[in-house]
Design a protein around this ligand. Structure first.
Ligand SMILES: Cc1cc2nc3c(=O)[nH]c(=O)nc-3n(C[C@H](O)[C@H](O)[C@H](O)COP(=O)(O)OP(=O)(O)OC[C@H]3O[C@@H](n4cnc5c(N)ncnc54)[C@H](O)[C@@H]3O)c2cc1C
Length: 512
């Protein structure tokens, strides 16, 4: 099936057809290690484990490259907005050092993989900047710079940056990188495939259970939509952890969405990767490849379910383009979402304290290039029995500071809204839905989600998300059904586009 959502990276990167095995062979497969999810986290981890004496299987619920990795802006940096002053003050200097070291090691790993394997992925050194256009925010930058000093980060302050907007101040870190994430991912895939790891696309894990079958010498059985898999160790690199039985991640994560426009501009391309520190977020950088520079402008961040009209976010970004870049040509635009934790530190390590040999990596809060590689190091070290001195801060079972409880409370509001939408009366009737529109309508006393395509055909679904039974609403901008609570997304026919759901929306038949 052709995937309905493409980013600039999909247009410029191509996967070899023979890089995966036939999914019809997955039933009853046995592995020492099963990796669930083949984004950057899954494949970086597979790369580090491929030469160990383990039989490794990787399953990907969709097509490889169509998770968040395929829609990112791809800055590879230790500069994650303003983070280090917060970490030192809310956690400790030691924990801030661990966070930093893990990400530095992650970046070194990507650099080494690219160079050892001569991967052509437009890998380029860059300076990363956080900036402000508001003079009242300069103090925040100065505090962060002070934290850099405590951590020996070689940062600098400047108010001269090559952006076409009026910047009051910025802090930069040299020696950061950018690349084409899908060229990198697809190259990793070829390397991993050659190493005898088995990789299956369109095999979705449904749940994980302890194996009770005496004739199978494996700890776990993983139920998938294509049959059962047996494994001793499992790495859940599915972006949002799909299993709700352990870890309670659905209570400890939320998803935040952003919008990206890729455009060529008449204005000369600038060097550097930029993001401002407060709303409205405007992240900007040029991607440099043999086909010429392309501007990636991102912004419009909001928690999933918190915005009614997604199209407005694109309009705001286009307005910004018009004002500041004058003549431009949009190549592509898309939205994507990442998992956020309430204390701003990802969860990397054991899935839950009560369970052995299942690992998770999630909550990268839009800094997943370095974090996915850090996660690969942390998890592969655990599995291979190697020590490291930077993983403790990411412990998924950690107790978090009080202030994250406040953010949790505000996010619960969104989830409640998602549930509330299930009991709201819906007044539209099916034949009120116009072409190209999606609506929840009353059909014979039942709520039905209806999309009417340009030919006048109706596609009808039950608008209750199969993850935890929140309401889905129609995203006009991208023609998808999106869950208000945990961010699962479905196409117009109800097929899964993004987890955590593992089941498609129920299809409803209507009589015309
Ligand atoms: C707008 C935006 C901009 C960003 N920009 C940057 C940036 O500049 N720099 C940076 O460092 N980070 C950035 N990020 C973050 C980064 O893109 C992500 O954190 C990272 O790509 C996540 O990689 P992943 O492998 O963990 O997840 P994914 O790439 O989503 O991979 C997970 C895979 O698991 C599969 N899967 C899901 N459920 C199942 C299941 N049940 N069974 C089998 N497979 C399953 C999915 O199909 C998917 O392919 C950005 C994020 C956003 C939203």
């Amino acid at each position: 099936m052709e995937h309905p959502r493409h980013s600039y990276w999909h247009e410029t990167s191509h996967k070899k057809n023979d890089s995966t095995a036939n999914k019809s062979e997955i039933n009853n497969k046995e592995f020492d290690i099963l990796i669930i999810g083949a984004g950057l986290t899954g494949l970086n981890t597979a790369y580090l484990l491929k030469d160990s004496n383990n039989k490794i299987g990787i399953i990907e619920g969709s097509k490889i490259g169509f998770g968040t990795t395929g829609y990112t802006t791809a800055k590879i940096t230790i500069q994650h907005d303003l983070i280090y002053d917060y970490l030192i003050n809310s956690f400790s200097l030691e924990e801030a050092k661990q966070y930093l070291k893990a990400n530095e090691e992650g970046i070194n790993l990507i650099k080494k993989i690219v160079s050892d394997n001569n991967i052509e992925c437009d890998f380029k050194e860059q300076t990363a900047y956080v900036y402000t256009t508001d003079i009242n925010e300069i103090d925040q930058l100065k505090k962060e710079l002070h934290a850099y000093e405590k951590l020996n980060i070689n940062g600098f302050y400047t108010n001269e940056v090559p952006l076409p907007i009026n910047v009051e101040g910025a802090i930069g870190i040299k020696g950061q990188y950018q690349f084409n994430p899908l060229k990198y991912l697809y190259s990793l895939l070829n390397i991993i495939k050659d190493s005898k790891c088995e990789l299956y696309e369109e095999v979705r894990a449904l749940n994980i259970e302890r194996n009770q079958e005496d004739n199978k010498n494996y700890e776990y059985v993983i139920k998938t939509d294509c049959g059962n898999i047996y494994a001793n160790k499992i790495i859940v690199s599915s972006h949002y952890p799909f299993d709700n039985d352990f870890g309670l991640f659905f209570l400890r994560l939320y998803q935040e969405k952003s919008y990206i426009i890729a455009a060529t501009t008449e204005r000369e391309a600038f060097e550097g990767m930029f993001i401002n520190i407060n709303d409205p977020i405007r992240s900007m950088k040029y991607h440099f490849s043999n086909s010429g520079p392309v501007l990636l402008l991102a912004g419009g961040n909001h928690k999933v379910g918190a915005k009614d009209n997604e199209e407005d976010s694109y309009k705001e970004l286009e307005q910004f383009l018009k004002q500041n870049f004058k003549n431009y040509q949009i190549i592509n635009k898309w939205s994507t979402q990442d998992c956020m934790t309430y204390d701003h530190i990802p969860y990397i390590g054991k899935y839950s304290n009560n369970i052995e040999d299942i690992y998770v990596a999630t909550g990268f809060k839009k800094w997943g290039m370095s974090h996915s590689a850090a996660a690969a190091l942390i998890i592969s070290n655990r599995i291979l029995g190697k020590e490291d001195d930077y993983s403790e801060v990411f412990n998924p079972s950690r107790i978090t500071p009080l202030q994250s409880a406040k953010e949790f409370a505000s996010s619960v509001g969104n989830i409640v809204t998602g549930f509330a939408k299930r009991v709201m009366p819906i007044y539209d009737q099916i034949f009120d839905v116009k072409m190209g529109e999606g609506k929840i309508v009353d059909y014979n006393g039942k709520k039905v989600g209806v999309y009417k395509d340009e030919k006048g055909d109706y596609f009808c679904i039950n608008p209750i998300c199969r993850h935890l039974k929140c309401a889905v609403t129609f995203n006009e901008a991208e023609k998808t059904w999106d869950c208000q609570c945990h961010g699962s997304r479905y196409d117009i026919k109800g097929n899964i586009l993004e987890g955590p759901t593992v089941l498609p929306l129920e299809k409803i038949k209507i009589k015309k």
